[in-house]
Design a protein around this ligand. Structure first.
Ligand code: HEM
Length: 126
């Protein structure tokens, strides 16, 4: 049984998606300002880590890391609308790369699983 990460194309797909995704994020006035002053040398590694996690691939991050990694952004007002914008840009990137809608839906679900951690709040009861 192939994993979502493998189906999407594994590491080469991540590589292809990084530039498209990052270009979209930086062109998006809703969220570009969060990346002001972020170390560009680190950005590529960060984007890769982001995408591998979103594709359900092997990653070294936990929910606690996601809280720590975004706490300074929450302090700057990071909210659900910003999170939605990132997921939207990710879905648009994958659509451009020809990923089927069913797989994109699964990626969005994985992103949802870290929403409360990224936004620094306790999980809301379903
Ligand atoms: C599915 C949701 C998300 C995932 C999986 C994710 C993943 C990551 C990862 C792995 C890092 C690197 C952490 C580290 O090692 O330092 C990171 C940092 C970062 N994330 Fe996210 N992220 C998500 C949502 C967001 C959102 C919604 C925004 C803003 C709109 C955002 C903006 C940033 C920025 C600016 C950094 C770099 C911070 C810095 O270097 O100062 N992320 N993210």
């Amino acid at each position: 049984m192939t994993t979502l990460y493998e189906r999407i194309g594994g590491a080469p797909a991540v590589k292809a998606a990084v530039d498209i995704f990052y270009g979209k994020v930086l062109a998006d006035d809703r969220i570009a300002h969060f990346f002001d002053g972020v170390d560009m040398a680190n950005q590529n590694a960060k984007q890769r880590a982001f995408l591998i996690m979103a594709f359900g691939g092997p990653n070294a991050y936990t929910g606690a890391d996601m809280r720590r990694g975004h706490a300074h952004l929450v302090a700057r007002g990071l909210n659900d609308g910003h999170f939605d914008a990132v997921v939207e840009n990710l879905a648009a990137t994958l659509t451009e790369l020809g990923v089927p809608a069913s797989d994109i839906a699964e990626v969005a679900k994985i992103a949802e699983s870290v929403r409360d951690d990224v936004l620094g709040r306790e999980p809301v009861a379903a």
